[in-house]
Design a protein around this ligand. Structure first.
Ligand SMILES: Cc1ncc(C[n+]2csc(CCOP(=O)(O)OP(=O)(O)O)c2C)c(N)n1
Ligand code: SF4
Length: 349
């Protein structure tokens, strides 16, 4: 089936086989603990793959190190299990060398925000056309439960027996602040929402960052219960939809207005405010995106879920290609020998 994405971006692929999610399942056992949030992420990624309009042999999953980074083994496409924190560097190089590939990164909060933090901000600011799925379990799981850059203040872990002292990163704010052109957040026990986010990331031409709250049943069980359980989710989170007012609550009785330059919760049932007073989500508004992302750690406000920001601009790999083509047009094809010798050279006798 030829999708719209195929026609717009990957027209060179030609006719693509009619895949099913099963075609993307590797023929090996998944070695995550029973109940790990990773299973649900994997299932939704496999579910969207048939519709992204890319042939299997043009899809690559790159990872670093961590439980989440075992992801490429479980996908029946090309994969690269690289070294800790370096997934984004490997993926960036791959995309620039082979712009025809659909490049995905599966990474953990430790891998992406800590040891790979530098690569995260630079891949992001360059707008390399790769899709990053960050499994946020707020802990280092593979190394058995040390705190990570997203662990919470006061959290007791194997490496913080008296409680974490550092303020955590807010991943979406870091992504926005470093120039990500697509930023979204979801959670492991909402498969249809996750699927939608992965589809949107796949359609996005540029750097996409999708943070998924992924429960680690062994080292940080229940960390996201407040935001993912149906008993508390309606008041602790807000679902972002482009063009729709920011409403939430069990009966959509709550909303967000701007009070000066700060978002504030109002109760629509009290009669003072109507839905027309509420902020309307505009995923192309970068100022609003920062405000929404900043709501995440404010206990008085619901935590936004969905597409926070989506902006269209030239990607790094496109710019590299344009630059090379321009130089070839102006200076002709180069050759490796001339490049290695340069204009100046010395002979040592
Ligand atoms: C250079 C280097 N430093 C540290 C480690 C040890 N190490 C392996 S995985 C990991 C953290 C993994 O945590 P995260 O990225 O959050 O993934 P998770 O296991 O939670 O999915 C660390 C510190 C390593 N393998 N290599
Ligand atoms: S230790 Fe945690 S993150 Fe790792 S596989 Fe088990 S549940 Fe998943």
């Amino acid at each position: 089936m030829t999708t719209q994405l195929d026609l717009l971006i990957h027209k060179e692929y030609g006719e693509i086989p009619q895949y099913t999610p099963k075609d993307f399942k590797a023929n090996i056992d998944v070695r995550w603990c029973a109940g790990c949030g990773g299973y649900s992420i994997l299932a939704q990624v496999q579910r969207i793959m048939p519709d992204i309009g890319v042939p299997k042999e043009k899809i690559v999953f790159v990872s670093g190190i961590g439980c989440s980074s075992r992801f490429p083994y479980y996908m029946d496409v090309y994969g690269f299990h690289s070294i800790h924190g370096r997934a984004l560097a490997v993926a960036s190089g791959l995309k620039v060398a082979r712009p025809d590939l659909s490049v995905w990164v599966a990474t953990g909060d430790g891998d992406c925000m800590s040891i790979g933090g530098n690569h995260m901000i630079h891949a992001s600011r360059r707008n390399v056309d790769i899709n990053v799925i960050m499994f946020n379990n707020e802990i280092y799981s593979l190394t058995k439960g040390q705190f990570s850059p997203t662990s919470r203040v006061g959290q007791k872990t194997k490496s913080s027996p008296f409680g974490v002292l550092d303020d955590p990163f807010n991943p979406s704010s870091l992504a926005l602040g470093s120039g990500s052109t697509f930023v979204a957040r979801g959670y492991d026990n909402n498969p249809s929402h996750m699927k939608h986010l992965f589809q949107r990331a796949a359609q996005h031409k540029g750097f996409s960052f999708v943070e998924i709250y992924a429960n680690c049943v062994i080292f940080n069980d229940g960390a996201f219960d407040e935001y993912t359980r149906k008993e508390t989710r309606p008041t602790s989170t807000i679902n972002l939809e482009h063009g729709k007012p920011l409403v939430f609550g069990f009966k959509n009785e709550l909303g967000i207005i701007m009070d000066g330059y700060k978002p504030k919760v109002v109760n629509l049932d009290e009669g003072k405010y109507s839905v027309n007073d509420l902020i309307v989500h505009n995923e192309q508004d970068s100022t609003l995106a920062l405000i929404l992302s900043d709501m995440s750690f404010n206990p008085e406000l619901p935590r936004p879920m969905g597409v926070i920001y989506a902006e269209s601009k030239p990607t790094y790999d496109q710019k590299v290609t344009w630059q090379i083509n321009d130089l070839i047009e102006r200076k002709g094809e180069g050759n490796l020998d001339d490049l290695m010798r340069g204009d100046e050279w010395w002979e040592i006798k």
